[in-house]
Design a binder for this molecule. Sequence first.
Ligand code: COA
Length: 178
Amino acid sequence: MELSLVRPSVALADAFSRLRDEVADPSLEEPDFASIVAVDRQHFGAYIDRLRGLEAGTIASKSGVRISTFWTLDERGEILAVSGLRHALTPALLEYGGHIGFAVRPSARRRGVARATLSRLLVEARALGIARARLTCDATNVGSRRVIEGLDGALDDESPSPSANGALVRRYWIDCGA
Ligand SMILES: CC(C)(COP(=O)(O)OP(=O)(O)OC[C@H]1O[C@@H](n2cnc3c(N)ncnc32)[C@H](O)[C@@H]1OP(=O)(O)O)[C@@H](O)C(=O)NCCC(=O)NCCS
């Protein structure tokens, strides 16, 4: 499977709608896609503008740091994964959230999409001057743990997080390369 990491654009409106239709199914219970489900077609252009503003820093994010959003596309231009790269850490992000978050659409899981996405995000992080990336995940999220540990994530700490309703959270560092 040939994958590419791209920035969101209005040209991907149809692919976005197909992704949204899939993850909007309430029986799937996909909280990581809540922000996607919230975007209706009519406001797609404004959504793209907002993502650009969050990256440029002209719009403030909830965490207070700039964030670049990426979509992982297959060779047909379908969006298989969504991810975010925060340009900096705050004490809160160090504890929960980290530099990088990613989610793969349910129909594309267990095919190496998360691994390929994270690997490319680390290159993007390095280009931003981030020497080591912070990643956090719930201790029960076996898939996420495997992805992070498979890319040599070094466990820094594991403890309950107030930001995750007291759930046990694992915190890692991944070297982004020279
Ligand atoms: C976790 C998630 C990102 C994994 O995506 P994916 O594309 O299926 O992962 P990959 O196919 O790249 O798998 C990478 C490794 O994890 C393993 N893996 C993935 N999902 C797994 C699961 N549910 N249970 C056990 N192992 C799993 C794969 O077998 C593979 O192992 P290997 O390196 O030993 O071969 C995806 O399930 C998801 O989007 N979940 C919801 C959002 C989320 O949890 N995001 C992470 C937040 S930190």
